[in-house]
Ligand binder design. Sequence first.
Ligand code: PEP
Length: 251
Amino acid sequence: MRRKVIAGNWKMNLDHRQGETLARELLGGLNGRKPSVEIIIIPPFTTLPSVLGVVGGTIIGCGAQDLWYEDKGAFTGEISGPMLKSLGCDYVLVGHSERRHIRGEDSELLSRKLRAALRAGLIPIFCVGELLPEREKGKAETVVVEQLRQVLGGLEKEEISRVIIAYEPVWAIGTGKTATPEDASQMHGVIRNFLEELFGSPVSAAAVILYGGSVKPENASRLLAAADVDGALVGGASLQASSFLGIVFPS
Ligand code: PEP
């Protein structure tokens, strides 16, 4: 039985005071209830300390949105894995489509970042997903498998077992368009087959694969019930306690 995970990516939203307020609202909203899913929130770097001050040691986990691939040194403006780990983070996004497409991050860079995360003892949430024209040309699966192969290929079994994968079709991120549960399920099956080919059945069967792309309380239950979908990476709907908790506790 795989664990289910709901992760909220706050992107470049909420300063440290607003983030602290949202973290308190989330904890308060749990109101002693024990969710059946693992909850992770992913604030901007500057908001991490105040959020960790609220959720540290609780059932709400915390992650960062990015890291650099060296542990320290002359890399002005960058933040390293050990810095995030010592702050209290347990997770880090690697390869979010906004970094691939706005910041031009390629597989070589992402591969280094993912390995740096593992080295620091962080759990990477590695994002993959196709663009709309790629889906329309019938290339979605090839694109996703290639993104996986270029970054995850060559990992040890012990390392891949610590990675969470997020399938996020780029055309569904922040657009209000969602993949159907059937489409999500199909791609998650492709990802699981890829993991089986490279790392064997136990790794593939245990892998946590999240779906991301306009997940909201209204569509979460159907997406989360789809075969091979182990949770969600949520952007917009993670910025309000009511909508994020509406995904964590579907009605
Ligand atoms: C995301 O940022 O990973 C995401 C899926 O965003 P949204 O839920 O807003 O589409």
